[in-house]
Design a protein around this ligand. Structure first.
Ligand SMILES: [Zn+2]
Length: 241
């Protein structure tokens, strides 16, 4: 009979000077390295499906929920999340060009918050009515300055299109432009962006009103919003071509 002895090594410093160090909450064996003094998991009970974890970030699941479903620690959830961001494609590369300037743009803003209700984070977006893509978005306060930031991000060919917004005072800076019109919700001219906000609220738990799920860190608030918008734009791209 042939028996093979495998020597385990520390995942951090490759030292063989390791001992068993109890189990994690998820039931994985932990080891402690006497050289670098770090405690790590050598093998997981279940192998992790990265794509499944990535999809669940976009399906209204809280980060704690993801940790429970996939039996991974919070540390691992954040690690996977950061990896998702690194793999995100460039935002502009996903927006379809509009050479004929025949599109219609709708502007609107939606309230979210980070850590406490008083720390409001408004997401401003411009949606294309033809492609249903978000052509530009920013996160900030509800002032004119944030709206100006949004304008600067919109591709020039989309700025030449007819646009609609509600009567919020920040949109008044476009009053002098012939191709912009401020309208009420009852006119139906901002229906597409309103529908988009409904989808965002249904898919990203931190935008759900009156829920216990909220962003604790601004970084993840920004990055998960970006992840959702890019994913949505990619889906629009694949349905068009
Ligand atoms: Zn070590």
């Amino acid at each position: 009979m042939l028996s093979v002895t495998k020597i385990e090594k520390c995942p951090c410093c490759s030292s063989e000077n390791i001992v068993k160090n109890g189990f994690t909450k998820q039931g994985n064996q932990r080891v402690l390295c006497h050289d670098c003094l770090k405690s790590r998991v050598l093998y997981r009970k279940f192998s992790l499906d990265f794509e499944a974890v990535r999809r669940s970030f976009l399906e209204r699941m809280s980060l704690c929920g993801i940790s429970r479903v996939f039996l991974i620690s919070y540390y691992q959830v954040y690690k996977e999340l950061n990896l998702c961001f690194l793999l995100l494609p460039n935002f502009k590369s996903q927006v379809i060009e509009n050479k004929q300037c025949t599109d219609i743009i709708e502007f609107d803003e939606l309230c979210g918050f980070c850590q406490k209700k008083k720390n409001k984070q408004w997401i401003w977006a411009a949606i294309s009515r033809n492609t249903k893509q978000i052509v530009a978005y920013v996160i900030g306060d509800r002032s004119e300055l944030t709206f100006k930031r949004l304008i600067r991000k919109i591709p020039i060919e989309y700025l030449k299109c007819q646009s609609y917004s509600d009567y919020w005072r920040s949109y008044a800076i476009l009053k002098t432009k012939e191709n912009h019109q401020q309208v009420g919700k009852e006119s139906g001219q901002t229906n597409h962006i309103e529908r988009y906000w409904a989808t965002l609220r249904a898919r990203i738990t931190r935008y759900v009103r009156k829920s216990l799920s909220f962003s604790r860190k601004l970084r993840y608030h920004h990055l998960l919003t970006k992840m959702f918008i890019i994913d949505y734009n990619q889906n629009c791209l694949s349905t068009l071509f």
